[in-house]
Design a protein around this ligand. Structure first.
Ligand SMILES: [Ca+2]
Ligand SMILES: [Ca+2]
Length: 302
C-alpha cells in the first residue's frame, strides 16, 4: 500500500514535470514565432519607410518642375499624418534644410578655413549668447592643419583629454559630430540646432523660412529689428527672388552678403514614421535635389 502510494506520487511528479516541460517548450516556440513575426514586421516597416522616402523625392521633383522658389507654404512642406499603405501605416514631413546655416560653409575645398564665413558663425554664436570660441574650436576640428587658432584646439588638446581622439581634418558628416569638439555639449547643441545644419559643400540660406537670427548673421549690417521685419514679410508673402527681398524691405537695404542668400533650396530633410504589424520605425533622411532626380544622401532609422 505504501509502495503504491510512493509510485503514485512519483508518477504524478513525472506527469507534472512533463507538463511543465511541454508548457515551457510551447512558450519557447511561441516566443520564437513572435520574434520571427516582429522581425518580419520590422523589415516591412523599413521597406515602407524607404518607399515613402522615394515618394518624398518624387514630391520634390514635382515641386522643382512647377516652381522656381521654395517656401514653407508649398505642398511639399505639408505634414502627412499616418495613413494606410501596403498593409501598414506611414506618415511624415519634409523640411527645407537651407533655412539653417551650414557649418561646412566654414571649410574651403582645399581644407582651409573660409574666414568671412567664420565671421558669420561668430556672429551667429554671439546672437545666441554662446561663446565665440566655439567658432575657433570647430575651425580647428575641421581644418587640415595642426596649428591651433587663438581660442581653438588641435590634436595636442584632444590626445590629452578623454575620450582620446584626433581632430577630423575634414567637413562634418552629421551634426552629432560636434559633440566631440571642445566646448560643445548638449546644452550648446540644443541652442544651436534650430539655426544650423550639416550639408555637403557650401550652401546658401533660403530667406523664405530662415530665422531672424540666421538672417542677421549672414547679412552684414542688418539689425535684429530689420531681420525680424523681413521674417514677418516672408511669412505674409514668400519672397520671389532676392530683388523682391531687397525691394520689400522698403528703404535702403542695409544687408551685405547677397551671395549667401537665395529663394530656393537644394537640400531637404525628411522625418517619417512607419508602422507594420507590431513594429514601428522612425526614419530621418537627407534628400539632395541638386541634379536631375532627387536622391537620398543618407538615411537613419531610429
Ligand atoms: Ca518650390
Ligand atoms: Ca588649425
Amino acid at each position: 500500500m505504501r509502495s503504491r502510494g510512493v509510485a503514485l506520487v512519483t508518477a504524478l511528479v513525472v506527469v507534472a514535470i512533463a507538463a511543465s516541460l511541454a508548457t515551457h517548450l510551447l512558450w519557447r516556440s511561441s516566443m520564437w514565432i513572435s520574434q520571427v513575426e516582429s522581425m518580419r514586421d520590422l523589415a516591412q516597416a523599413r521597406l515602407l519607410a524607404d518607399a515613402a522616402a522615394q515618394w518624398a523625392a518624387a514630391v520634390l521633383a514635382d515641386d522643382a518642375a512647377n516652381s522656381a522658389v521654395d517656401h514653407p507654404q508649398e505642398p511639399w512642406a505639408r505634414q502627412i499624418p499616418p495613413m494606410d499603405a501596403e498593409g501598414g501605416q506611414v506618415g511624415g514631413q519634409l523640411f527645407d534644410e537651407q533655412v539653417r546655416w551650414n557649418l561646412n560653409n566654414l571649410l574651403t575645398a582645399s581644407g582651409k578655413i573660409n574666414e568671412p564665413e567664420l565671421i558669420v558663425y561668430r556672429r551667429l554664436l554671439a546672437e545666441l549668447n554662446l561663446p565665440t570660441e566655439l567658432a575657433e574650436t570647430l575651425a580647428d576640428w575641421i581644418d587640415v592643419d595642426t596649428e591651433a587658432r587663438p581660442g581653438g584646439a588641435e590634436d595636442t588638446y584632444y590626445l590629452a583629454h578623454s575620450p582620446t581622439t584626433r581632430t577630423l581634418g575634414a567637413s562634418l558628416s552629421v551634426i552629432e559630430d560636434l559633440l566631440l569638439v571642445k566646448g560643445y555639449d548638449v546644452v550648446v547643441m540644443e541652442r544651436l540646432r534650430p539655426h544650423v545644419t550639416v550639408l555637403p559643400g557650401t550652401t546658401q540660406i533660403n530667406v523664405n523660412g530662415a530665422s531672424a537670427i540666421v538672417l542677421e548673421a549672414v547679412l552684414t549690417g542688418l539689425s535684429s529689428a530689420d531681420a525680424e521685419q523681413l521674417v514677418l514679410q516672408g511669412q505674409r508673402l514668400p519672397f520671389r527672388d532676392i530683388a523682391d527681398f531687397r525691394t520689400r524691405f522698403g528703404k535702403d537695404f542695409p544687408g551685405q552678403g547677397e551671395g549667401r542668400i537665395a529663394t530656393r533650396s537644394r537640400y531637404f530633410s525628411l522625418r517619417l514614421q512607419a508602422a507594420f504589424g507590431k513594429s514601428q520605425v522612425q526614419m530621418v533622411a537627407l534628400i539632395d535635389r541638386g541634379q536631375g532626380w532627387p536622391v537620398v544622401v543618407w538615411r537613419r532609422f531610429g
